[in-house]
Each structure stands twice: as C-alpha cells, then as structure tokens.
Ligand binder design. Structure first.
Ligand code: PAF
Length: 280
C-alpha cells in the first residue's frame, strides 16, 4: 500500500493504473476509521482492481470550529487498518495541498440544503460538495463507496454526480452497527463511558418510531411520542427526529405504501453530535 500526500503524485499513480485498464474503487473518508469504513474498503476491493481511500478532515464542511478541532486524527492507526483490508493507495493530503486558495465556488443543493443536516449545519453540504468533486477529479474512480449512515450526504452526492456528469457509479452500503445497535462513527470515540452506555438509545428510538408507524400512527403522532420518550432521557439533546421519504427526503404525513421511508435523527450526547437513520 502506498501513502501519498500530494495531488500530482496521486494523479500520476492512478493515470498509470487507468492506462493499464484497471478499475478504481474509491472510499472517501475523514479518517479515524472504524469497521464501517473498512466494510466499504472490503466491498471496493471485491469489485475493483485498485482501491483508493482518502483521509482528509475537510475544514470547509465544518460549521463549528470546535467540532473541527476535536475531530479525531489517527492517521497511523488508519493506515494499518487500510493495509490489512487490502487498500492499495491512501491519499492523505494536507489542507494546504487541497486548498491552495479558499474556493470561491458555492454549491447550493436547494431543498436538500434546507432540511435536516443542511438546516442545522449551514454551509456543510457546500463543503462536502466541493471536496467530493475535487476528490472525484483527482482519483477518477470507477465506483465510489458511501455509507447509508450519512443518508442526506448520499442524496447530495447522487445529485452532484448527476448534475456534474461525473462518470462513476455510486455504491451505497448499509450502516454498520456495534453489537448493541449504536451506528459506528468516528465521533463515538469521544463519548465518555456512561454516555457510551446509553448511546444505543438513539438506534432504539428509530426502531420505536418504525414500530409506531407500522401500528398505524401517523408521522406527527409518532414524532410526538418519540420526543416525549426523549424527555425522560435528559442526557440527550435532540436536534431533529424526522420521518421522510427515503430517496427524496421529502416530508410525509403517513408511511406510504410501497415506498421507502426513512427515520432520521441527530442528537447531542456528552457534547458529541451523533446522527443515525433507518430505511424501510
Ligand atoms: O463522510 C465523510 O467522511 C465526509 O463527508 C467525506 C465524504 C469524506 C467528505 O469530506
């Protein structure tokens, strides 16, 4: 496995692979890797000749400077995990390498920008859109792998690929969970031990919502009951709990027949912002 920090060396390495007819599977990450990322790398390995993983804590997608500062950085450990998973190239640029100058471009994803993560993290998807476009241009992947845990990011990147005609296939992979149901996330390592113990309640609240919907409650009734449930769990500060159409993220009033529904949540626990969702 090679580790490259430089854009031109990365493009040179990959240009040769592409010239030799190799397909490239790409897993973009911000590092602090866990089994969820490794599952993406393993899938990419099965489906491509070469696997590239980027590790870059992208400053332009953080609307909260404290969150950026506290984001875990574990490059050495990450590279060991990637090597064991069969990754071929790690692209780990510095912020100066990625942004010689602050981009003047602004990406606006319309409705997707105004709801859920977009509403609570203004500018976040502009940052994601720009960095993912840059990474796609540098790596030129055949297939790019994203986790369903970031459901709205998946919707944004799908739109980006469509609108900018990126010649690649997006592969969306299931959320990987700990044994107690907590969705794997780089942020989990910032939870103190008592917070970690109650953290699976987030997933539990998604399953409770699903149960209410299946029992025939409408969206408002379901949300109200779950919000009340959270009132008895003061360790959580709920940012949003929404029930939406899974592909468009449009609001719904009732669980539609024959259409996929998503329940999405963002909550603070122990000062750490966690997100999760289920699609059914
Ligand atoms: O999901 C992430 O880790 C990031 O948003 C991504 C896609 C690597 C862009 O910085």
């Amino acid at each position: 496995m090679v580790i490259i920090e430089n854009i031109s060396e990365t493009t040179e390495f990959l240009k040769n692979q592409i010239k030799n007819g190799k397909s490239i599977g790409f897993v973009p990450t911000m590092g602090a890797l866990h089994q969820g990322h490794i599952a993406l790398v393993e899938k990419a390995k099965l489906e491509n000749d070469i696997v590239v993983c980027s590790i870059f804590v992208n400053p332009t997608q953080f609307n909260n400077p404290e969150d950026l500062k506290k984001y875990p950085r574990t490059l050495e450990e990450d590279c060991k995990m990637l090597q064991a998973a069969g990754c071929d190239l790690v692209f780990a640029p510095s912020a100066e390498e990625m942004y010689e100058e602050t981009p003047v471009l602004r990406m606006d994803f319309g409705y997707l920008e105004q709801i859920l993560e977009g509403k609570f993290r203004p500018g976040h998807f502009n940052g994601v859109g720009i960095v993912v476009s840059k990474l796609f241009n540098i790596v030129k992947p055949t297939k790019a792998y994203f986790g369903q845990k970031d459901l709205q990011q998946v919707a944004v990147v799908k739109r980006l690929v469509k609108d900018l005609s990126f010649d690649l296939e997006l592969i969306v992979c299931d959320t990987i969970r700990e044994n107690d149901g907590l969705a794997m996330s780089s942020r989990n390592r910032r939870l103190g031990s008592s917070a970690r113990e109650v953290a699976p309640k987030i997933f539990e609240s998604l399953l409770i919502g699903q149960k209410y919907l299946f029992e025939g409650l409408n969206v408002e009734e379901t949300k109200q009951k779950v919000v009340e449930w959270y009132e008895n769990s003061p360790e959580f500060t709920l940012e949003y709990y929404e029930i939406v159409e899974a592909d468009t993220l449009n609001p719904i009033e009732k669980k539609p027949e024959g259409q996929k529904t998503a329940i999405v949540i963002a909550a603070f626990l122990d000062g750490v912002r966690l997100i999760d969702n289920i699609v059914f």
